[in-house]
Design a protein around this ligand. Structure first.
Ligand code: SAM
Ligand code: SF4
Length: 466
């Protein structure tokens, strides 16, 4: 039974038993981490208790090395796309919760969804994360399936369309997963929010989401019924961050052991203020910026091949620091209210949003800044379209072979972006970066093929990938 993979007693004991880790022990674990075979849950507990500033720096340096070795300097970009803010759950931290009577509720029609998609495409995005509140009457599963078709059907003035849809919607039933198995989606994500049962109970007083195990077992149902790539996450600030990290690692290990494929991604949202959401203010378990940097670095050491996703909940300054510690995917230009991309920025926008954001820059500004920091913004969607998913993806990722695909695809998709959507300054900066990165590609063959693709893109071809 999956209910045992979160062993609360063991997690508390691990935190307690390693509360004052010896320097030698920490260094031994960091040396093991460099081998990039992941860490045991006990190792993670030790790292979580680092307090010494020198050791902290050594942890950051280790995470940086691993991140560079596996992911290089590319960052995959996506935009969240909210379909509906109707919700019958009552999560105390969320602005969409059923008892919030002051929020303006909205569900997008298919025409409105087309307009939203168009706005996202015009920002240069090729990958969206589709989300909605859980309300089986207002937004039934059929509506969601129709929405996927609609989003894929939209083309912008440049002839571009969304190439990969990831989804993050409430836990599905076995029958729903079976239906979804035939639909071209990328990753299916659900955050456990908190792995601590008592806190979970308090935070989710009513609605389907009140059932901890129903949510905890979502990824088992998903992997047993046709999903290939799944994403997990915890909402930091609900309980002790150390417990949540050990919960995430326990979850990842359970999936890896049982299905031979760990989570494709881990998300690490921190709670932001949301209207009429009492648990989004005055947090007892607030995670400081330093703790947040530490937990990202630890996750990178513990599950080196799992993508790590950072949203615009975090500030511009912190996001840049986190890129170096292990983040591989970021959202940009996000709106958390249905219809937010089309709508002008007004006070009403916050009124119908799920929570407030800290990085409110446009996609264009973020992309330019990513380039300025020396990272390659990537709009790549190749793996899932070539069927490099689930265990097949991991088989390529673990020996480091995926790099031969990711870096060239990052450069070709950036090239498309520069030609089709960027302003002159970004174009100039981006072209310089492409030339620099081209010279660093792993071998001559890959270099030649990439150069050929770049030339073809200049001549008007699109969507070339390897
Ligand atoms: N409603 C579905 C669910 O709860 O699984 C779909 C995802 S919900 C739209 C997206 C995520 O937003 C939630 O899983 C939660 O972790 C996060 N969230 C909710 N309120 C938040 C807040 N105040 N600050 C940051 N993240 C929040
Ligand atoms: Fe609804 Fe999800 Fe918000 Fe909970 S987190 S109230 S389920 S939208």
């Amino acid at each position: 039974m999956t209910e045992h993979f979160i062993d609360e007693k063991k997690i508390f004991e691990l935190i307690e038993n390693h509360s004052e880790p010896a320097k030698e022990k920490v260094r031994e674990i960091l040396t093991k981490a460099i081998e990039m075979n992941g860490l045991d849950i006990e190792d993670v507990a030790v790292l979580l208790n680092i307090k010494d500033q020198d050791l902290m720096q050594e942890l950051f340096d280790t995470a940086f090395k691993i991140k560079n070795e596996i992911y290089g300097n590319r960052l995959v970009l996506f935009a969240p796309l909210y379909l509906s803010n109707y919700c019958s759950n009552n999560c105390l931290y969320c602005g969409f919760r059923a008892d919030n009577t002051e929020i303006a509720r909205r569900i997008l029609t298919m025409d409105e969804l087309k307009e939203e998609t168009l706005e996202i495409l015009r920002q240069g995005h090729k990958r969206v994360l589709m989300l909605m509140g859980e309300n089986h009457k207002k937004s039934p599963f059929d509506y969601f399936l129709e929405s996927i078709d609609t989003v894929y059907s939209v083309k912008d003035e440049k002839g571009s369309n969304i190439r990969r849809i990831n989804i993050e919607i409430a836990p599905l039933t076995v029958d729903e997963f079976k239906l979804l198995a035939d639909v071209p989606i990328g990753t299916y994500t659900v955050f456990q929010e908190t792995y601590h049962q008592d806190t979970y109970k308090k935070m989710h007083p009513t609605g389907k989401k009140a059932d901890y195990l129903w949510r905890l077992e979502t990824m088992d149902r998903a992997l047993e019924n046709g999903m290939h790539d799944v994403g997990i996450g915890a909402l930091f600030g609900l309980f002790d961050y150390r417990f949540e990290v050990l919960g995430l690692i326990s979850h990842a290990k359970h999936l890896d052991e049982k299905y031979n494929v760990g989570p494709h991604t881990i998300s690490i949202p921190r709670i932001n203020p949301a209207q009429n959401a009492p648990a989004s203010y005055n947090l007892v378990h607030e995670v400081t910026d330093e703790e947040f940097l530490k937990l990202v670095a630890i996750l990178r050491c513990a599950v080196p091949y799992t993508g790590m996703i950072l949203s615009t909940r975090e500030s511009e300054k912190l996001r840049t620091q986190l890129f170096n510690l292990g983040i591989s995917q970021i959202s940009a230009g996000s709106k958390t209210n249905p219809g937010g991309y089309k709508q002008a920025i007004t006070d009403e926008e916050f009124d119908s949003a799920q929570f407030s954001l800290n990085d409110c820059r446009t996609s264009g500004e973020i992309i330019q800044d990513v380039i300025r920091q020396g990272f390659v913004p990537s709009f790549c969607t190749a793996c899932y379209r070539l069927g490099r998913v689930g265990a097949d993806f991991m088989d390529l990722a673990k020996p480091g072979l995926i790099k031969c695909h990711c870096q060239p695809n990052a450069l070709t998709t950036l090239k498309e972006y520069l030609i089709d959507y960027a302003d002159d300054e970004t174009k100039k900066m981006g072209e310089e970066l492409i030339q620099k990165e081209l010279a660093l590609l792993p071998n001559e063959l890959v270099q030649r093929k990439t150069t050929d693709f770049l030339l073809k893109i200049e001549k008007g071809e699109r969507d070339l990938y390897m």
